[in-house]
Design a protein around this ligand. Structure first.
Ligand SMILES: [Zn+2]
Length: 127
Protein backbone atom coordinates (compact mmCIF):
# COMPACT_ATOMS: atom_id res chain seq x y z
CA UNK A 1 0.00 0.00 0.00
CA UNK A 2 2.83 2.37 0.90
CA UNK A 3 4.27 2.24 -2.61
CA UNK A 4 1.14 3.77 -4.04
CA UNK A 5 1.29 6.92 -1.95
CA UNK A 6 3.82 8.64 -4.20
CA UNK A 7 1.80 7.94 -7.29
CA UNK A 8 -1.33 9.23 -5.61
CA UNK A 9 0.35 12.52 -4.75
CA UNK A 10 1.37 13.06 -8.35
CA UNK A 11 -2.20 12.53 -9.47
CA UNK A 12 -3.42 15.04 -6.92
CA UNK A 13 -0.99 17.62 -8.24
CA UNK A 14 -2.15 17.07 -11.79
CA UNK A 15 -5.69 17.61 -10.63
CA UNK A 16 -4.77 20.95 -9.08
CA UNK A 17 -3.16 22.01 -12.35
CA UNK A 18 -6.25 20.98 -14.27
CA UNK A 19 -8.36 23.00 -11.85
CA UNK A 20 -6.15 26.01 -12.43
CA UNK A 21 -6.48 25.60 -16.15
CA UNK A 22 -10.25 25.37 -15.96
CA UNK A 23 -10.37 28.36 -13.63
CA UNK A 24 -8.23 30.45 -15.92
CA UNK A 25 -10.30 29.55 -18.96
CA UNK A 26 -13.44 30.35 -17.04
CA UNK A 27 -12.17 33.84 -16.21
CA UNK A 28 -10.96 34.53 -19.74
CA UNK A 29 -14.27 33.39 -21.21
CA UNK A 30 -16.18 35.57 -18.79
CA UNK A 31 -14.11 38.61 -19.64
CA UNK A 32 -14.59 38.06 -23.36
CA UNK A 33 -18.32 37.69 -22.77
CA UNK A 34 -18.54 40.95 -20.84
CA UNK A 35 -16.49 42.69 -23.49
CA UNK A 36 -18.43 41.35 -26.47
CA UNK A 37 -21.80 42.17 -24.91
CA UNK A 38 -20.64 45.53 -23.62
CA UNK A 39 -19.35 46.54 -27.04
CA UNK A 40 -22.58 45.23 -28.63
CA UNK A 41 -20.67 43.25 -31.23
CA UNK A 42 -23.50 40.89 -31.92
CA UNK A 43 -27.04 40.01 -30.80
CA UNK A 44 -25.70 36.52 -30.14
CA UNK A 45 -23.77 35.69 -27.00
CA UNK A 46 -20.49 36.14 -28.84
CA UNK A 47 -19.53 37.57 -32.21
CA UNK A 48 -17.28 35.52 -34.47
CA UNK A 49 -14.18 37.53 -33.61
CA UNK A 50 -14.69 37.02 -29.91
CA UNK A 51 -15.43 33.32 -30.42
CA UNK A 52 -12.15 33.04 -32.28
CA UNK A 53 -10.29 34.90 -29.54
CA UNK A 54 -11.87 32.68 -26.91
CA UNK A 55 -10.95 29.48 -28.72
CA UNK A 56 -7.42 30.78 -29.14
CA UNK A 57 -7.06 31.77 -25.49
CA UNK A 58 -8.40 28.44 -24.28
CA UNK A 59 -6.00 26.63 -26.57
CA UNK A 60 -3.08 28.66 -25.18
CA UNK A 61 -4.13 27.89 -21.62
CA UNK A 62 -4.41 24.19 -22.49
CA UNK A 63 -0.90 24.19 -23.91
CA UNK A 64 0.68 26.39 -21.24
CA UNK A 65 3.75 24.59 -19.86
CA UNK A 66 3.96 26.94 -16.88
CA UNK A 67 0.62 26.13 -15.32
CA UNK A 68 2.35 24.54 -12.35
CA UNK A 69 4.35 27.59 -11.37
CA UNK A 70 2.52 30.63 -12.67
CA UNK A 71 -0.78 32.02 -11.59
CA UNK A 72 -2.43 33.82 -14.48
CA UNK A 73 -1.44 34.66 -18.02
CA UNK A 74 -1.47 38.33 -17.15
CA UNK A 75 1.45 37.84 -14.84
CA UNK A 76 3.30 35.28 -16.93
CA UNK A 77 6.81 36.15 -18.01
CA UNK A 78 6.52 34.60 -21.45
CA UNK A 79 3.64 36.04 -23.41
CA UNK A 80 2.71 33.16 -25.61
CA UNK A 81 -0.09 34.92 -27.49
CA UNK A 82 0.75 35.84 -31.04
CA UNK A 83 0.78 39.56 -31.60
CA UNK A 84 -2.68 40.30 -32.98
CA UNK A 85 -4.34 38.03 -30.42
CA UNK A 86 -2.36 39.69 -27.69
CA UNK A 87 -3.59 43.10 -28.77
CA UNK A 88 -7.15 41.82 -28.74
CA UNK A 89 -6.97 40.10 -25.38
CA UNK A 90 -5.39 43.20 -23.86
CA UNK A 91 -8.30 45.24 -25.16
CA UNK A 92 -10.69 42.73 -23.57
CA UNK A 93 -8.83 42.85 -20.26
CA UNK A 94 -8.81 46.63 -20.23
CA UNK A 95 -12.53 46.73 -20.83
CA UNK A 96 -13.66 43.82 -18.68
CA UNK A 97 -11.14 44.03 -15.86
CA UNK A 98 -12.81 46.92 -14.03
CA UNK A 99 -16.27 45.52 -14.84
CA UNK A 100 -15.53 42.08 -13.44
CA UNK A 101 -15.78 43.45 -9.94
CA UNK A 102 -19.49 44.09 -10.44
CA UNK A 103 -20.26 40.86 -12.25
CA UNK A 104 -18.10 38.49 -10.24
CA UNK A 105 -16.61 40.20 -7.20
CA UNK A 106 -15.25 37.04 -5.58
CA UNK A 107 -13.51 35.84 -8.74
CA UNK A 108 -12.02 39.28 -9.26
CA UNK A 109 -10.68 39.47 -5.74
CA UNK A 110 -9.14 36.01 -6.04
CA UNK A 111 -7.59 36.99 -9.33
CA UNK A 112 -6.22 40.19 -7.82
CA UNK A 113 -4.68 38.32 -4.93
CA UNK A 114 -3.12 35.71 -7.22
CA UNK A 115 -1.65 38.37 -9.51
CA UNK A 116 -0.35 40.27 -6.54
CA UNK A 117 1.31 37.19 -5.09
CA UNK A 118 2.93 36.50 -8.42
CA UNK A 119 4.25 40.03 -8.69
CA UNK A 120 5.69 39.75 -5.22
CA UNK A 121 7.58 36.62 -6.20
CA UNK A 122 9.04 38.13 -9.33
CA UNK A 123 9.96 41.50 -7.94
CA UNK A 124 9.12 44.70 -9.78
CA UNK A 125 11.30 44.24 -12.83
CA UNK A 126 8.67 43.28 -15.38
CA UNK A 127 5.72 45.33 -14.27
ZN1 LIG B 1 -17.31 40.35 -29.89
Amino acid sequence: MQKQTGRKQIEDKDEIIDDKREHEKHIVNLMIKIYCRGMKHSPEAYCNDCKELMAYSNMRVDKCPFMKTKTFCKSCRIHCFKKDMRVRIKEVMRYSGPRMIFHHPILTIQHGIESYKDKGRRGKRNT
